[in-house]
Design a protein. Structure first.
Length: 406
């Protein structure tokens, strides 16, 4: 699929050759993913990879081109959400650009390392996640506010792809750290809904709906503060057996706008409330079930981070510059996206329709890629390179050796 994508994008010949060599190798090599390991499995020198990784490369075109190609082939549907999230990257050494204190969610504490910020498209059909824009977050000691950096990244993506996003995007979805007025205003300016999570004790007000008393002065606007234990006037929404779900349009003074709020109460075995979650959408006409479904779909981006760290070498970068780090992170996520796209393409070819929910294992992608690399090297040494296609089409599927889901 990669050669067709490179042909579709029409990149310069030298970049086409580099990507055609790098990405299959990235998927195939075992162990740590770095320039030294590349040179062990390739005829290229280690310095060649390092020199390329310090250049400005068109990763945005590759990410966007892959999604557009899958839509054109009917593999993906045409409706998406845009998810934004950040991930902590451990990094040793003291001379790496952007090194600082960032929140490490796996350890529930702030640690010294790096952070990447990722924007990804997640399809509403099948919930397949494809990263689009990955950037490094500058630390506080550089006098940089991380939320302003996230917002700048979001605005840049909209300015570059506004026409496409306006026709394919249902909402922008983010977790609670993005529940800020500047994000809501920026997304609302694009006429797109923003779905996020609020604090469990969020300050929300009921609009006043009673009769106004005959008196001097302005009319009463608000009927009181929302109490997350009193559900008078709220609409009940069907949910799971161990929860109660409520929804209502309320005023959020902190955001200076009306929000459609969805409250999910978690119940224990005795039916008592043990916790509650508050979700919201800037689109007050959005159904409560859709708000919940869109926010749940956001977690597909977390699975991208997990697979990229475990199998795609996201945390094994040995470069120090911001350009090198971002190239490494983009390459890891693109190799992951390409593996997912090839699996979806195979499933769609069998069924003749866009791929729905498909189990995906990047570990199996790496195993097949390594088998292809190893077999092609042996056949080349034996002068049988032209017969490699027979190996791929053999009924015994020798290239699936070791694949768990074969």
């Amino acid at each position: 699929m990669l050669p067709l994508l490179l042909l579709f994008l029409g990149l310069p010949a030298h970049q086409t050759r580099f990507f055609a060599h790098l990405i299959p190798l990235w998927q195939a090599i075992p162990g740590r993913v770095n320039a030294r390991n590349f040179s062990r499995y390739s005829e290229w020198d280690e310095r060649t990879f390092r020199r390329w990784m310090h250049k400005t490369l068109p990763w945005g075109e590759l990410h966007w081109g892959l999604v557009r190609l899958l839509i054109r082939w009917g593999v993906l549907g045409s409706r998406f959400i845009l998810a934004i999230d950040a991930s902590f990257i451990p990094k040793s050494g003291k001379n790496t650009e952007g090194l600082g204190a960032f929140w490490n969610g796996s350890q529930s504490r702030s640690e010294t390392g790096l952070e990447l910020s990722c924007l990804a498209l997640i399809s509403l059909t099948g919930q397949h996640a494809f990263p689009l824009d990955i950037r490094q977050t500058r630390p506080k000691q550089d006098r940089a506010d991380r939320l302003e950096q996230y917002l700048e990244q979001l605005k840049d993506v909209f300015s570059q792809r506004r026409t496409w996003l306006s026709g394919h995007l249902r909402a922008v979805v983010a977790d609670g750290q993005y529940a800020k007025k500047m994000f809501m205003d920026a997304v609302h300016a694009e006429k797109i809904a923003f779905v996020t999570k609020l604090q469990s004790n969020a300050n929300l007000l009921y609009p006043f709906t009673g009769e106004h008393p005959t008196r001097r002065g302005a009319r009463r606007k608000w009927g009181g503060k929302v109490d997350f234990k009193d559900w008078s006037g709220w609409q009940s929404v069907p949910g799971d057996a161990q929860e109660r779900v409520w929804t209502r349009v309320v005023w959020a003074p902190h955001f200076d706008r009306f929000l459609r709020v969805v409250v999910i109460e978690r119940l224990d075995r005795k039916g008592q409330v043990k916790a509650h979650v508050v979700l919201c959408s800037t689109d007050t006409t959005m159904p409560a079930q859709e708000i919940r479904a869109l926010y749940s779909a956001r977690f597909q981006l977390e699975f991208v981070f997990r697979d990229a760290k475990q199998f795609a070498g996201l945390t094994t970068c040995q470069l120090r510059s911001t350009t090198g780090l971002e190239n490494h992170w983009n390459a890891a996520c693109f190799a992951l996206s390409l593996g997912r796209a090839e699996q979806l393409l195979e499933r769609s070819a069998r069924t003749g329709r866009p791929a729905g929910v498909v189990p995906f294992s990047y570990e199996d992608v790496k195993r097949r890629a390594y088998n292809r690399l190893f077999a092609s090297r042996i056949m080349a040494n034996l002068g049988l390179s032209r017969r490699f296609a027979e190996l791929e089409e053999h009924p015994s599927r020798p290239l699936d050796l070791g694949v768990k889901a074969a």
